[in-house]
Design a protein around this ligand. Sequence first.
Ligand code: ATP
Length: 310
Amino acid sequence: METIAVQHLVHAFGERRALDDLSFTVGEGEVFALLGPNGAGKTTTVRLLNGLYRPTAGTIRVLGLDPSVQGGQVRAQTGVLTESPALYERLTARQNLRFFGEMMGMPAADLRRRMDDLLGFFDLADRADERVATFSKGMKQRLALARALLNRPKILFLDEPTAGLDPEASRQVRELIASLRRENGQAVFLCTHILTEAERLCDRVLILNRGRALAMGSLEELQRRFNPGVWVEVQLLEPHLIPAGELPFALQVQAQDALLRVQVSRVEDIPALVSRLAGLGAPIVRVEPARPSLEDIYFTLQAQAEEETL
Ligand code: ATP
């Protein structure tokens, strides 16, 4: 069974369509990312999937349930981490978890065990009895993640989980997300505008712009479909000056020490590029076409979509 199935989803706030004909599915245990700039509709989608809004049109099934009429049942099986951790600053870490666990009706003994496990897993055991107000942003985010996992959710929604964290804390949160998946096999629905985050963590991504899907698929599928020119890496034995304008097939040339990165339009241009470089005396030791990154694909698609709306 699909964990999430969305068909032709439309959501309007007054006249404005925040989501426009969105369809996607998320499989069991899949890590799925919704990628898009500010205002693309990511948070709105998470709210709809958890039954906090009723869709204007279209159908949503989460774990086989309709969140707009069975929201409570859906939320009992999901965990949500929002951009700003919803925690009580004046309570300790343990008191926060106890409060939310009791609200969800978790039996006392189970809740105690679960809290100990999560505080340990998120490296917060030493500070468990200190007030959250004394925590760093990264610690708060780890505690918020623990809170989102209390009820052993089948789907974990992460809305910008590393927003406002420094690189070290972001990496820690990313590693925790990756390890959760390895250990529990739960589905993760990640909203982010950080492309490397999606690239590292996700099985599939949906690229969103102004509420519309621009593309969906695994990174490999997207690379095959939207190859914005081919980058070729040419490793030289030693740095070699290539005079500007000497490579007629090249769209762009980047040189860093003995590594040249050249963009050509088609794979078929590579042999001519290599013979031209050899003709210029470049001491070539390796030539390798580089795949476009998710970032290359994302910006190409977003730019196309913006051009179309103009
Ligand atoms: P961000 O990364 O900034 O959080 P997002 O992708 O999560 O952006 P949403 O918050 O889902 O985007 O917003 C999508 C669109 O819907 C935006 O144009 C936003 O202004 C609009 N919107 C969101 N919530 C409301 C609301 N309660 N009332 C009116 N318009 C709203």
